[in-house]
Design a protein. Structure first.
Length: 667
């Protein structure tokens, strides 16, 4: 379960002083309908491309390799456009691919260009490189749908001079999806994606200027007949790419060696949207944004944008909660200029179950353009995290997780990452565990909502919240990783939260430290590695009929943390360690820090506060503050300019205890 927690990767970035535009990569694949390896490679490649639509566009050319399919095949229909492109790259086999005109790297010479070697890492590596152009493209079909006009707007963001006057804007008319009842060749393929059907403006595209200066903008409009062999005109789009045929300086992706074919640099790529095109770009709002104490979710707003180049006068928006079978239409009319936005309110939704609910929204029609089914899925936007909690549960309340199925949470609880698991290695009892190693970054916070509780009868007697906990830090090499667990209460349905218990690092640790060398996650060996803990519920919450309770896991890439035997009861808690109730909130930013960081501390009560920067070995590196502080928010500066790169703890000591937060320093 345990793993290498994180690594620092170095990226080789090709950059320019002038190039300032994000790059859309182009993958040109030469695949064949009689090619068995193509049929084996394409499903995985298609899945990878589909997951990276914001980084890479594909154009697929059906080539006659190893044999020529019949005249009705995709190759037979478009061979006049396919073969010049295949000859341009001297395509040696199928499947074969180039990314931005450059052969795909492979472990051996005979595999250069094989699309099976396109990886997520490769796509990510080149997505961060700049391009000297931006491109926006729209297309429109005429009323009889026998011709298509594509408009391409190119803006120069970095000076470009064509090598040997060979700068081209190539325009590939594609069908985004083709699904056939019978195979068109002999390899069994019946589903095809981003298939090139025609090169508009010829194989080299329209003539464009050869020298560009920063800020220069040109618009190119090409209108051509739609081929009669197109299966579905709703699936048409145009992929445009600027290629400098005289520039062969492009480097291969990491792993390529000498002997690969000549690179032909592609400077930028784009795919067209319909001229009458709108999209949902934001979903916001909700009764309390995330937490809902009643089944009704109100005040949700979606933002509609005109993404085409015609004025938007009408649109149909569809939305649904959780289940696409319940989609509801909202008609919109008005006047929206290109790139302009407007907001539309979503009617209140009444949830029938507790837990997390998500809203999905998309545009099904804009002006006269009706979106094909496949495009709807691609344009759908969703907003999750609307958490509907159960009404106030009766108290006293006990949860020992013994009957909670493994990998789940108790009924009506909602959380991220938290789950039921074995409490000890003997697997006879269960607890709630959070695996801190799943975090996306240091400082990420993962809540688990227990729901709300009725404390209206708990007034004069008081109330307490007890539980057992187990945790240990994690060491890899000379570095120790630790985490934090907290408990918060809210009496206003999550609008504000009060931190009532908060521990991290050595204060949270209950068992010997885990060693990364054995690659094992921490599971308590027995109940002796648990500590009983808890707090008295503040008087402000007593007498309230709906008090929300949540645990928080704040990650530092440490080991597993366990919570068991939760008990919310009347009276006061006993036999628990001292809790730092002076502190109601801490944040450190930026984190990681380079030269300076800021610590923000919020005190629930006035206290003397000392703050120290401590290394992993426990040595005090710097005394940051030592003073009396009043109730409320305070900020202090942590100077890290002369501190070596590494992981440190920032220790906050108040009159009521000690709290530790992790700080990463980078150079």
């Amino acid at each position: 379960m345990k793993k290498v927690l994180f690594s620092i990767a170095s990226l080789a970035l090709a950059s320019s002083v002038f190039a300032q535009s994000p790059r859309m990569q182009l993958l040109e694949e030469f695949t064949g309908e009689t090619c068995g390896p193509c049929a084996a490679t394409n499903p995985g490649l298609n899945a990878l491309l589909n997951a990276n639509k914001s980084k890479i566009i594909a154009v697929k050319f059906q080539v006659p390799i190893p044999t020529t399919p019949n005249a009705q095949s995709l190759y037979g229909q478009a061979q006049a456009y396919i073969m010049p492109r295949a000859a341009f790259y001297n395509v040696p086999f199928a499947p074969y691919a180039r990314r931005d005109g450059i052969e795909i790297a492979a472990p051996s010479v005979g595999s250069y260009g094989h699309p099976a070697y396109v990886t997520q890492a490769m796509i990510d590596q080149h997505a961060v490189s700049d391009a000297p152009f931006t491109m926006t493209m729209t297309h429109a079909l005429n009323p009889t749908q026998d011709s298509i006009t594509v408009t391409t707007v190119i803006n120069c963001t970095g000076p470009v001079s064509a090598v040997n006057n060979q700068l081209h804007l190539r325009l590939a008319l594609i069908e985004k999806e083709i699904h056939l009842a019978q195979q068109t060749g002999t390899n069994g393929e019946k589903d095809f994606y981003n298939t090139m059907r025609k090169m508009m403006g010829g194989n080299d595209g329209p003539t464009i200027q050869q020298t560009w200066t920063v800020g220069q903008t040109q618009t190119y409009v090409v209108k051509e007949a739609i081929p009669s062999y197109i299966y579905n005109k709703h699936e048409l789009a145009v992929v445009g790419y600027i290629q400098n045929d005289g520039d062969t300086t492009g480097s291969h992706t990491s792993g390529a060696v000498a002997g690969s074919q000549t690179a032909v640099s592609i400077k930028q790529a784009a795919i067209s949207n319909p001229a009458d095109y709108a999209s949902i770009i934001d979903i916001s709002g909700g009764s309390s944004a995330a937490v809902q104490c009643t089944p009704s979710i109100n005040n949700v707003v979606i933002t509609l944008q005109n993404s085409g180049n015609n004025t938007l006068t009408s649109a149909t928006i569809k939305y649904y909660w959780d289940n696409p079978a319940t989609a509801v239409s909202i008609p919109w009319t008005g006047s929206l200029a290109p790139n302009a936005t407007t907001t539309i309110s979503i009617p209140a939704y009444t949830a029938t179950t507790t837990g997390t609910h998500a809203l999905y929204a998309f545009v099904s029609q804009s002006n006269a353009y009706t979106y094909p089914t496949t495009q709807l899925a691609n344009s759908e936007l969703n907003a999750g995290g609307y958490i509907v909690l159960a009404p106030g549960a009766a108290t006293p309340f006990v949860q020992n997780f013994q009957t909670v199925p493994l990998g789940t949470l108790p009924a009506a609880w909602t959380g991220i990452g938290w789950q039921s698991y074995y409490a000890t290695t003997d697997t006879t009892t269960r607890a709630m565990v959070f695996p801190f190693s799943i975090a996306s970054s240091v400082g990420s916070v993962y809540p688990v909502y227990m729901g709300s509780f009725d404390l209206s009868s708990m007034t004069t007697s008081g109330a307490a919240f007890d539980f057992d906990r187990a945790y240990t830090t994690f060491t890899q090499g000379t570095t120790t990783f630790s985490d934090t667990i907290g408990v918060q209460l809210s009496s206003d349905c999550g609008t504000t939260w009060t931190t009532t218990w908060w521990k991290g690092g050595d204060d949270l640790k209950t068992a010997p430290q885990a060693n990364g060398a054995n690659n094992q996650a921490f599971i308590p060996s027995s109940t002796s590695q648990y500590v009983h803990d808890g707090f008295n519920i503040p008087s402000a919450f007593l007498g309230q009929n709906s008090v929300l309770v949540r645990f928080l896991a704040k990650t530092g890439y440490g080991d597993n943390g366990y919570i068991d035997n939760i008990n919310l009861h009347s009276g006061v808690t006993t036999n628990v360690p001292t809790v730092n109730n002076s502190i109601s909130g801490i944040s450190i930013y930026p984190n990681p820090a380079t030269d300076v960081a800021t610590a923000k501390i919020t005190l629930a009560a006035a206290s003397h506060v000392s703050i120290q920067l401590v290394d992993i070995a426990g040595r005090v590196i710097a005394n940051i503050a030592d003073q009396n502080m009043t109730t409320g928010e305070h900020t202090v500066t942590i100077n890290t300019a002369n501190v070596a790169a590494g992981l440190y703890n920032v220790k906050f000591v108040t009159d009521n205890g000690t709290t530790t937060e992790r700080l990463s320093v980078i150079k």
